[in-house]
Design a protein around this ligand. Structure first.
Ligand SMILES: Nc1ncnc2c1ncn2[C@@H]1O[C@H](COP(=O)(O)OP(=O)(O)O)[C@@H](O)[C@H]1O
Ligand SMILES: [Mg+2]
Length: 379
């Protein structure tokens, strides 16, 4: 489970519970007072009195909770504004030094060092995407190495990016599976960052660049682990929305870890995007996710997973036209010796209609198990 002892956000979560309970207590007191002074018509009927008491207490509880959430949001906004104004100048200096060229990673490292607590030592660069820069670091308090994901200084000025970044840490804190990276500590002051378990291995992107593709058996094992991890996140109501090789780590023993939940959406949560924004990577994205307004569901992750599966089996990144699903690469898969039942499942996952795909990770895992069972029996 995630430890967030030092997080300001956690403190505020406690505050909201406290405010809601205090408001409910105040509501109960007012309800009791109005009943005992006899200003409520029909209060002599115990049923009317009970309904009045419960209703007033409930309304006050809700009001207290809403007030606390509003306070919490305002505090978060204020702390983000402060951190952005403190960091804007050094970022501008850094950009000025780079003279319009992309800022190389070692510059980020020197730059972020001054905003991180001393407990993180020996920073070295691990990788980066659109949202954050990830460093390997020794956490002196924990006594072991961790991965530190720091909000990229280049998106510091974008409040939506900051929210997405904090959303990632929050979502990861609710997940607990060997196939999903574990978050350790989250901080939202000055430069937002969070620490994660350090995954030993390489990203699937690098594996595919080095090795081209995986053997069919290896690939089936990979697909099964992938589906298990998806079953866990979908079971918790989370949709990843950005599954692609650079967001998947492959360990030395073939273990797999899903990273980068920056675009993830928890069940019922608001999508953190501006209207019309295309979030995610078009090549791996199902058509319904393309315009940012479609209904994105766990079946959308299944589609992206299938695009990754095709790449793992053939070594080729599939392209597609806007507004259309990918053409399933039957021939390429057959030429790589992929058995027909595997091709069938992959093509089902690539259906343009989400309702025709396996509904979620658990459904996909069941179908893959049916394929791998006979091959295991015969081994
Ligand atoms: N926990 C981790 N352990 C090891 N390497 C990691 C870890 N998290 C991220 N990385 C590396 O950093 C890269 C970028 O991380 P990611 O979370 O995808 O950032 P972004 O949100 O900016 O795309 C990954 O492709 C991976 O190589
Ligand atoms: Mg990424």
């Amino acid at each position: 489970m995630a430890e967030r002892k030092n997080s300001k956000l956690t403190l505020r979560a406690h505050d909201s519970k406290f405010s809601a309970i205090s408001a409910a207590a105040l509501g109960a007191f007012i309800a009791w007072g109005s009943l005992s002074t006899g200003c409520i018509p029909g209060a002599s009927d115990p049923l009317v009195a009970a309904v009045w008491f419960v209703a007033v207490t409930f309304i006050f509880h809700k009001l207290g909770l809403s007030w606390a959430l509003l306070q919490r949001r305002q505090l978060l906004e204020r702390s983000l504004k402060e951190s952005m104004s403190r960091i804007r100048r050094p970022v501008q200096e850094l950009q000025h030094q780079a003279g319009g060229r992309p800022i190389p990673p070692y510059h980020h490292q020197d730059f972020v060092r001054q905003f991180l607590p001393d407990r993180y030592e020996n920073l070295s660069y691990l990788g980066e995407g659109g949202m954050g820069v990830v460093y390997r670091a020794t956490d002196a308090e924990r006594g072991h190495e961790v991965a530190l994901k720091v909000l990229s200084p280049l998106v510091q000025g974008d409040p939506q990016a900051v929210r997405r970044f904090l959303n990632e840490a929050g979502t990861l804190g609710d997940l607990d599976h060997p196939g999903v990276v574990r978050v350790l500590d989250v901080r939202s002051d000055v430069l937002p960052y969070f620490s994660m378990e350090l995954i030993k291995g390489t990203s699937l992107k690098e594996v595919l660049e080095d090795e081209g593709s995986l053997q069919v058996r290896e690939a089936l094992d990979f697909m099964t682990r992938f589906a298990d991890a998806l079953a866990h996140i979908h079971g918790r109501g989370v949709i990843h929305r950005d599954l692609k090789p650079s967001n998947i780590m492959v360990g030395p023993g073939g273990g797999l870890t899903l990273l980068d939940f920056g675009l993830a959406r928890a069940g019922g949560a608001r999508v953190i995007s501006r209207t019309g924004d295309v979030l995610g990577t078009l090549r791996y994205m199902p058509p319904e996710q393309e315009d940012g307004s479609g209904d994105v569901s766990s079946a959308s992750d299944i589609y992206s997973a299938a695009v990754v599966f095709c790449e793992v089996l053939t070594g080729v990144t599939m392209k597609r036209q806007l507004g259309r699903a990918h053409d399933p690469p039957f021939e390429a898969l057959e030429n790589c010796g992929v058995p027909s039942e595997m091709i069938e499942v992959i093509c089902l996952c690539l259906d343009s209609d989400p309702a025709c795909r396996p509904a979620n990770g658990a459904d996909l895992a069941r179908r893959l198990e049916l394929i791998s069972r006979p091959s295991q029996d015969s081994a």
